[in-house]
Design a protein around this ligand. Structure first.
Ligand code: ZN
Length: 489
């Protein structure tokens, strides 16, 4: 998510008090203060000691109400957003109110109807809670923090219930997925370990291309995609899996793409942060998306490895690195949308707008009007900004953002909440858009075949398919700066 540190409103102090929480609750039975007896049914047991778990503290308010505290990111108490915990030992028909009381952000999609996700042992599919059971308000207690309260009625005594900020996508889930892909022995898929995290987790790199198809003299085009530098942004992993699923499929578009393009994908840039249940940082408390300029091999080893690879490829005349896309999730905006860079040269600016416009035609949840180009100094350490400066003018760097909550489609006023499936669908649409992009280029038979300069193309992609968000002009820098207050990525 986009970052604007100076303007962002942090409600908590940086250390001390409840922000100093370090561990997750571990099978914690919460009983009334001074309760002398043995544990009985209905004394809720909270747990977050599992992969991607996060819950730091529970305060008993009454038999029906509990204050819950997010465990801050490891080594960085400023970030408190992601939560993921289980509750068991419930009574049938037991009604409770849970108050999440220490969010580090004030702006939130909870104002727009977002709700936590829930599943239970007998109903293992994640669902969003009904929005009518969720309240987001400035609380007179808790240092006047914004508090998200939700009401819930337990219904099965033997079930373990799990609640989370959004659909979890863990490091282990990725490992299982990648192992499954490897077992298929696809001739056009290669998986390698690009490096290790501080806690020795794998940094995976996938290469998808048809090696049997001859390369042109100047080499195949290369698309580089990274995801999950911010560990709490789990929707990014569903989008990334959608991209991979499509590219390895037998879909005719995927086959053509594999013949002509090399895709390099790093699905989890911050595996420790994901494993630990952090929202934004690595194990050592670094927001890795601020260290692209000078990553350290010991403090930011995964970022260092990815940057080295990209710098190396960029120096290799046989490699045509044309796209870099970093996938994130956004906690205050709707839809999928992109951030790009600002360039002096007008032609480059227009060419950069082509891919988002094509994507808008393919993905009903992608918003062109939310797509913007900026040069905020606080974002200088992001992948998009750093690589935008490093790569030559035939390359395009974007951040792809997707809402934690929902999207609006054409002519509709109702927001449709994202599911795991619709996040993946956005990924499939991103992948197939590369064919439109390259087809357009070849058709134009320009001197510089990767560049689209024709204003016809812009009109055609802008006039659109009847969606409300097509045809919108991109916003200017200053408009963007006003709009992006308090926004991160
Ligand atoms: Zn982000």
């Amino acid at each position: 998510m986009e970052e604007n540190v100076m303007k962002d409103v942090e409600t908590g102090v940086e250390a001390g008090g409840e922000d100093a929480l370090v561990g997750n609750v571990n099978k914690l039975t919460v009983t009334p203060p001074g309760y002398p007896g043995a544990q009985r049914k209905g004394h809720l047991v909270f747990d977050a000691c599992f992969e991607s778990g996060n819950l730091g503290r529970v305060d008993y308010i009454s038999d029906f109400e509990f204050d819950l505290f997010i465990r801050p990111d490891t080594c960085n108490p400023r970030f408190r957003v992601w939560f993921n915990f289980t509750v068991e030992n419930v009574r049938e028909t037991q009604r409770v109110i849970f108050n999440m009381v220490n969010f580090s952000k004030t702006k939130s999609l909870y104002r727009d109807g977002m709700s936590p996700v829930v599943k239970s042992t007998s109903r293992p599919k994640w669902q969003r809670l009904p929005a009518k059971n969720v309240y987001y308000y400035r609380c007179p207690d808790h240092r006047r923090n914004y508090v998200m309260s939700f009401a819930f009625c337990f219904d099965r005594e033997d079930d373990v219930y799990q609640f989370a900020y959004c659909y979890p996508y863990t490091y282990s889930r990725l490992q299982h997925y990648l192992a499954g892909l490897e077992r298929r022995n696809l001739p056009y898929l290669q998986r390698e370990q690009l490096g290790l995290s501080v806690q020795q987790r794998r940094l995976d790199l996938l290469t998808i291309t048809n090696p049997a198809h001859p390369s042109p003299e100047r080499g195949k085009k290369l698309v580089f995609l990274t995801s999950r530098v911010h560990p709490g942004e789990s929707p990014a992993s569903f989008v990334c899996q959608g991209v991979i699923d499509f590219l390895v499929s037998q879909h005719p578009v995927a086959q053509v793409l594999r013949d002509h393009v090399i895709f390099k994908i790093v699905p989890m840039l911050n595996p420790d942060g994901v494993y630990l249940g952090n929202y934004r940082c690595s194990l050592m408390g670094f927001d890795l998306n601020r260290y692209w300029q000078d990553p350290s091999p010991w403090a930011h080893p995964t970022l260092h490895a990815v940057k080295q690879l990209i710098v190396q490829m960029n120096q290799d005349p046989r490699v045509n690195l044309e796209f870099y896309i970093d996938v994130h999730a956004h906690s205050t905006m709707l839809n999928g949308f992109m951030y790009g860079n600002v360039f002096e040269e007008e032609g480059r600016v227009r060419r950069q707008a082509v891919f988002p416009r094509l994507l808008c035609q393919n993905a009903p949840d992608f918003s062109l009007s939310s797509t913007s180009f900026n040069r905020d100094s606080v974002k200088a350490g992001t992948g998009r900004r750093f690589l935008g400066g490093l790569l030559d003018d035939s390359s395009y760097c974007y951040t792809l953002e997707v809402s934690f909550y929902s999207y609006m489609t054409a002519g509709s006023t109702a927001a449709v909440p994202y599911t795991e499936e619709t996040y993946m669908k956005l990924g499939r649409n991103v992948a197939r858009t590369f064919l439109d992009y390259y087809k357009l280029n070849t058709l134009l038979k320009d001197n510089r075949p990767t560049h689209i300069q024709s204003s016809d193309v812009m009109l055609q992609t802008g006039s659109g398919n009847g969606k409300t968000n097509t045809g919108d002009r991109e916003k200017t820098d200053s408009e963007k700066e006003r709009k992006s207050q308090g926004i991160r990525h």
